[in-house]
Design a protein around this ligand. Structure first.
Ligand code: BG6
Length: 578
């Protein structure tokens, strides 16, 4: 994922931009670059590889610049080379641009621009855009950017500076987030607030199709159709230590360990024990509207899609409302049948995932009420939904979602109880469920205390090439999520399966070299899971079971057991009897 940071003010821009790039490193990148306005011209350095390499190139050079933009690139069009790294320039090196997103019609634009005499030197889609701006430039940079963007198909978050008009950054977004950092006598532009949080906590999120002209003293926002927009400044509640590693080796580990507190945050102030009804006022739905819901569609991507599946099990079990879960990337491109009485939930940690955002917009075009379950306050999804529930998990810097997953499930559990209470759950049942939810953070803490034990198992299997994860019922999506995490982080091929499906194919793969993680809790399908364990053992598979404490029987049947202390309700993977 690419990252953008820009600065205009009175301080030296270089250290601010480098620090901003470092804060964006977590998004992953393969090259980095920076351009400063210095003297009367633009000075740039860029290189494939890590930011350290860029710093190495910059070391020993002195700059005196109070304006610049910088970028971390994740190659899509053109290999990750020094040449293809951003910024890109017009023919006269007077205009520089950094870009997140994809210019889909760049080939057609390139043909036209080359006929007009532009020399295009890189393999990127991005370079086309800066030549287009050059083509339109007639003394007004903002206007040239606007005109160029009217020609572009695709997605972009861009920042542009030019030696024609010093002291200005022009930025625009469509499908790729951008935020303006509001400072005192200085202003910032970034693709993510983490990049600017050290300098300001006041942020203005650009909306789709908006262009902003940022100077040291202010910013003017218009739409691509030249409609003037009044900026809405939001106060960011995050602190700097929330986006730092805090003594952990990496962000993902820190975020895993944050779960007892993030799960607590997800329920704080929301448990109304007296009535047995969670308080979720952000949904903006009255009780009679909640009662009228006939069907729910939940759409999301990746890990958020797995939490949606868990939501399906919980809502159907407790609230008896039919739920359908669909990948946002599928929902947006097909023509789903949406009956009267349907509401759509979108789940997204970042609130910016392009497919989820597109699915949301498609549903809204069809007149469906769309509710969000989001982490990022002020994100596009949070702003474009009719209502929703924040999970309040704090910044999730690790690219593979962890703490957001459990907080999403927690919020889905709250929604389940709310919907159930609107139908047939009694006050007492609502209260009991909420007590169970309240007890979860402490239970998660106990599981985290087993880190050393779990690490030993990981050390035993880390060289394995394949893994299988099995679960039944509501633990099936948990198995899917386990397999996804292993793939994404360990580069070990892993598949998640409903345990019973194993015999319809994957069983062929089982031998002594295949570790299988089996979620085997003492729930209504426990005996069936034991049969699956027997099938695996008959083929000499290695089994790591996740089981309830006290289950000595299972220890005799598997190779390793990770015990968890309490007993699950049948329907909720994270609601433990208290
Ligand atoms: C992927 C991440 O790229 O995006 C996953 O690796 C994440 O961890 C997915 O679940 C969806 O993101 P979001 O922000 O919409 O929940």
């Amino acid at each position: 994922m690419c990252g953008i940071v820009g600065y205009v003010g009175t301080q030296q821009a270089l250290p601010i931009l480098i620090e901003g790039l470092r804060r964006l490193e977590y998004r992953g990148y393969d090259s980095a670059g920076i351009v400063l306005f210095e003297g009367n011209s633009l000075t740039a350095e860029k290189s494939a590889g890590k930011i350290n390499k860029l710093e190495e190139i910059l070391r020993g050079k002195t700059f005196n610049a109070t304006e610049g933009i910088a970028h971390t690139r994740w190659a899509t069009h053109g290999e990750p080379t020094d040449l293809n790294a951003h910024p890109h320039f017009d023919c006269k090196n007077k205009i520089a641009l950094v870009h997140n997103g994809i210019i889909e019609n760049y080939r057609a634009l390139k043909v036209v621009l080359e006929k007009q005499g532009h020399k295009i030197g890189t393999d990127t889609d991005t370079e086309i855009l800066v030549h287009l701006i050059e083509e339109y430039y007639e003394g007004n940079l903002t206007e040239a950017v606007r005109m160029a963007l009217t020609q572009v198909e695709g997605t972009y978050g861009i920042a542009v500076i030019s030696s024609y008009e010093p002291g200005k950054i022009i930025a625009a977004r469509k499908g790729s987030p951008l935020v303006i950092g509001h400072g005192q006598g200085e202003n910032f532009v970034a693709s993510d607030v983490s990049a600017i949080l050290a300098h300001t906590k006041r942020a203005v999120y650009l909306n789709e199709g908006e262009i902003v002209t940022v100077t040291a003293d202010g910013y003017v926002i218009t739409t691509i159709d030249k409609v003037h927009r009044t900026p809405h400044v939001e106060e960011i509640s995050w602190t700097l230590d929330m986006i730092e590693k805090g003594g952990y080796n990496h962000f993902m580990l820190k975020e895993i360990h944050e779960q007892p507190s993030t799960l607590g945050n997800a329920i704080r102030g929301r448990l109304n024990f007296e009535e047995g009804i969670p308080r979720l006022n952000g949904l903006n739905l009255q009780y009679d509207q909640l009662r009228r819901i006939k069907r729910i569609i939940i759409t999301a991507c990746g890990t958020s899609w797995h939490s949606a599946l868990i939501g399906e099990y919980m809502i159907e079990e407790l609230a008896k409302i039919p739920v359908e879960v669909e990948y946002a990337s599928e929902f947006r491109y097909r023509s789903p049948v949406i009956e009267e009485g349907t509401i759509l939930f979108v789940i997204s940690q970042s609130g910016e995932t392009a497919d989820t955002l597109a699915a949301l917009r498609e549903a809204r075009r069809r007149g469906v009420t769309v509710l969000g379950i989001c982490n990022m306050v002020g994100s596009s999804i949070a702003r474009e939904t009719d209502g929703g529930v924040y999970i309040h998990a704090g910044p999730e810097i690790g690219v593979a979602s962890t703490k957001a997953f459990t907080s999403q499930i927690m919020v889905l559990a709250l929604i389940t109880v709310l919907l159930g209470r609107m139908r047939h759950l009694s006050v007492q049942q609502g209260m009991d469920l909420m007590h169970s939810l309240q007890a979860i953070p402490e239970k998660v803490d106990r599981i985290l205390q087993k880190e050393a034990e779990i690490k030993k198992i990981a050390e035993r299997y880390y060289k394995t090439n394949n893994f299988l994860y099995l679960g039944r019922g509501i633990n099936f999506p948990v198995a899917l999520e386990g397999a996804l995490k292993l793939k994404e982080i360990s580069y070990i091929h892993a598949e998640g399966y409903p345990a019973a499906e194993m015999k319809h194919g994957p069983i062929a793969l089982i031998d002594k070299n295949l570790p299988v993680v089996v979620i085997a809790l003492r729930d209504s399908v426990y005996d069936k899971v034991l049969s699956n364990i027997a099938e695996i053992k008959a083929r000499n598979g290695q089994i790591i079971a996740i089981a309830n404490e006290g289950d000595t029987e299972i220890a005799e049947r598997v190779d390793h057991v990770i015990y968890i202390r309490l007993f699950p309700c049948n329907f909720l993977p994270i609601i433990w009897r208290y």
